[in-house]
Design a protein around this ligand. Structure first.
Ligand code: DP6
Length: 359
């Protein structure tokens, strides 16, 4: 396994140019909830990479003229200067600077935009931080053109992790693990690893329709939630359970056993929210409509033998996962019976994807 030292850039890079990347969001099937040290996960997690929910970020870079401030950057989001994002970017640059010291002697003009509404409650940190990390790696590659593709992607994930843990899983696809697991070859706490074991054809074009239940800003940040796992009464059991769930999920992904997939995925989603409810202080991120949707999904499954299931991230929105063969009927069910629980009847049709693209 690599160590942090393998990711330190040592040449005195001075380059100018620009790059543009598109990076996707991802949805965890086995959840990351609890971290330690420099953004290391307490347990391995496993996610589907998405394809429609993406961030596009361009970086124009040149040697810095004024050496007064530590970092020099401009940032626009959807065409507007957005000073409220500056502290997040500054923290990210501070964390990655030991590995990419050139961020201190270059000016970065960063322009970013999302394919989904910023206020949709969809976590933009995974796609946002991975797009930014890929742009930073393009600067490093400009100074080291012989860098291998494998190192480029691994280090991009390593840097993205320092911005937001789940972003480590947004560089490649279609399924990515992050965090050491005995059963996943090449797995690491330092970066995400695309699953190299078999993925049954049913999962290769799996659908994810995201119901926008509550588009408000998150009441409790993920970072705060992760910290509450430190003194959580159930933390040790939870971390063990997640390790076991990764082991159980791997053969399910290979065999296409949808009944087993549904139970494992829904149990993970509800466990995540149960952990929030059992922390000190306790909190609830589900909305009454989240529960309405869950009950409707269960009733629909009972009636139709469908493989439709739900998962949740740290918010009220519901991700509905189902095989492509069910797309027409499930979308009709969503439009007829679930859209009314969404803000302004809004939902996003997405599906499993293959990772970031250079534009
Ligand atoms: C519930 O990656 O947003 O979506 O590392 O503090 O930025 P930070 O947290 P973040 O946490 C995501 C938590 C989750 C589960 C998951 O994606 O695995």
């Amino acid at each position: 396994m690599d160590s942090e030292k393998d990711f330190i850039e040592k040449s005195e890079l001075v380059v100018s140019g620009s790059s543009k990347w598109e990076a996707p969001s991802n949805i965890a099937l086995v959840k990351y909830w609890g971290k330690f040290g420099a953004q290391y996960p307490q347990n391995p997690s496993l996610s589907f990479t998405l394809s429609q929910c993406v961030t596009q970020t361009s970086i124009a870079y040149k040697p810095k003229e004024n050496q007064l401030s530590e970092f020099s950057f401009d940032f626009t989001f959807e065409g507007e200067p957005t000073p409220s994002f500056h502290p997040k970017i500054e923290t990210f640059l501070e964390r990655i600077a030991p590995y990419v010291p050139f961020v201190k002697n270059h000016h970065l003009a960063i322009e970013s935009s999302n394919s989904f509404p910023h206020s949709s409650g969809i976590a933009s940190s995974a796609s946002g931080m991975s797009a930014l990390a890929l742009g930073i790696m393009s600067i490093e590659k400009a100074g080291n053109p012989s860098m291998s593709e494998a190192y480029f992607l691994k280090k991009a994930s390593f840097l993205a992790r320092l911005g937001s843990g789940s972003a480590a899983r947004s560089i490649q696809g279609p399924m990515v693990s992050w965090g050491v697991s005995d059963v996943i070859e090449g797995s690491s706490d330092l970066y995400g690893t695309p699953l190299s074991s078999a993925l049954h054809p049913v999962f290769q074009d799996y659908q994810d329709t995201i119901l926008l239940i509550d588009k408000g800003q998150k009441k409790v940040s993920s970072t705060l939630g992760h910290n509450l796992m430190k003194n959580h009464p159930y933390s040790a059991t939870r971390f063990e359970q997640a390790r076991t769930n990764v082991k159980l999920l791997k053969p399910i992904l290979a065999s296409g056993d949808l009944d087993a997939f549904v139970s494992l995925v829904e149990s993970e989603a509800l466990t995540l929210h149960a952990l929030m409810m059992a922390s000190e202080p306790y909190f609830i991120l589900m909305h009454p409509n989240t529960l309405q949707v869950i009950n409707k999904v269960w009733a629909y499954r009972k009636e139709t033998q469908s493989a439709l299931c739900f998962t949740l991230d740290a918010g009220a929105n519901v991700h509905l996962l189902y095989p492509k063969s069910e797309k027409d009927v499930v979308l009709k069910f969503i439009k007829d019976e679930l859209a009314s629980y969404c803000q302004k009847n809004q939902f996003i049709e997405d599906q499993i994807g293959n990772g970031a693209k250079k534009l």
